[in-house]
Ligand binder design. Structure first.
Ligand code: MLT
Length: 314
């Protein structure tokens, strides 16, 4: 038996810092989820977890970097619904979502809010709708590039109200928020992880929650849903998952998924996320196989919607 043990290489993962690539700039909602998750992963994973922001091209640059990384468990990807919209938006996508990644489990669901610059002459959704109608051709809608969650929300919003807007893309919704705060752009649809504090401080105006149910916490609780405001059936919630390059050893996948399950039970992580309207996953999507099935279903659901909009990024 001793001989056998000696022959078995000790499973030492991780024995150096694990990098989680965030495909958007620092300070935005995806980055916020990643940094809070990294904090909660450190102990259960038994090693240092660092964040690398790789923004650009609607999140596909960062995703591609991980798809092409060594499958050794030291380069992971934290990404959102953009994994399901990229295949329909990019005709020359440099990676295949369902074939070039290992699925490590899902993290959370995050609602979106429709917000506007504080100087916008509209105090609620009804007044915003009138303002948009009166300013057709002059509306600037910020997002984090084609393929981002803010892009998808803005696209669906424009389709719902049948008003085309000029979209101003950023490498993340953190820089987009800066310009909204500065009044350089008019409106944006962004995740509550990025908008909650700005709404509560009154620095931006909030017009609607874009998911089917109202939020229960803080200043956002009185925000009507888009559906209540007249956008019948509008319902968009952003989700985040963890990925590794295809070919990452099963032992590593299992170790990261086990650590993720522990992180999702971390009281501090839960508190931080709930304070920002995010809901940690508690259903089967925490399992890699379910995670992959969910993403495939989202690709099949969102693909036709995007194709019907005739929107391509390239
Ligand atoms: C998005 O709109 O896809 C994200 O909110 C961008 C970001 O996390 O900065």
């Amino acid at each position: 038996a001793a001989g056998l043990m000696a022959a078995m290489p000790a499973f030492a993962y991780p024995d150096k810092p694990v990098t989680i690539v965030v495909p958007f700039t620092a300070g935005g909602p995806t980055d916020k989820v990643a940094r809070d998750l990294a904090e909660a992963l450190r102990k259960p994973l038994g090693g240092t977890v660092i964040i690398e922001n790789v923004g650009g091209v609607g999140g596909t640059l960062g995703a591609n970097k991980v798809a092409k990384a060594a499958p050794d468990g030291y380069t992971l990807l934290l990404h959102h619904i953009g994994m399901a919209t990229a295949p329909a938006l990019y005709r020359t996508l440099p990676f295949k979502v369902l074939e070039d990644f290992e699925y490590l489990g899902m993290v959370n669901d995050v609602p979106m809010t429709l917000i506007g610059r504080s100087t916008l002459p509209a105090a609620n959704y009804g007044e915003l709708a009138k303002w948009l109608d009166a300013n057709k051709g002059k509306i600037n809608l910020a997002n984090a590039g084609t393929g981002s969650a803010s892009h998808l929300c803005g696209l669906l919003f424009q389709q719902s109200i049948k008003i085309d807007m000029t979209t101003v893309p950023y490498k993340g919704t953190a820089p987009a928020m800066n310009d909204l705060l500065g009044g350089q752009v008019d409106i944006m649809c962004d995740q509550t992880t990025n908008t909650t504090s700005q709404i509560e401080s009154g620095k931006v105006k909030a017009f609607a929650v874009m998911s089917s149910k109202r939020l229960t916490s803080g200043a956002l609780a009185k925000l009507p849903t888009a559906d209540e405001s007249g956008l019948k059936g509008f319902n968009l919630t952003i989700w985040h998952g963890l990925y590794a390059p295809k070919g990452t050893p099963k032992a590593v996948i299992d170790k990261v998924n086990t650590a993720l399950r522990a992180a999702l039970k971390d009281a501090d992580f839960q508190k931080r996320q709930e304070a920002l309207g995010a809901v940690l996953v508690t259903d089967g999507r925490i399992a890699p196989a379910e995670h992959k099935k969910f993403v495939e279903a989202e690709i099949n659901k969102l693909g036709p919607v995007i194709k019907a909009a005739g929107v391509y990024a390239d």
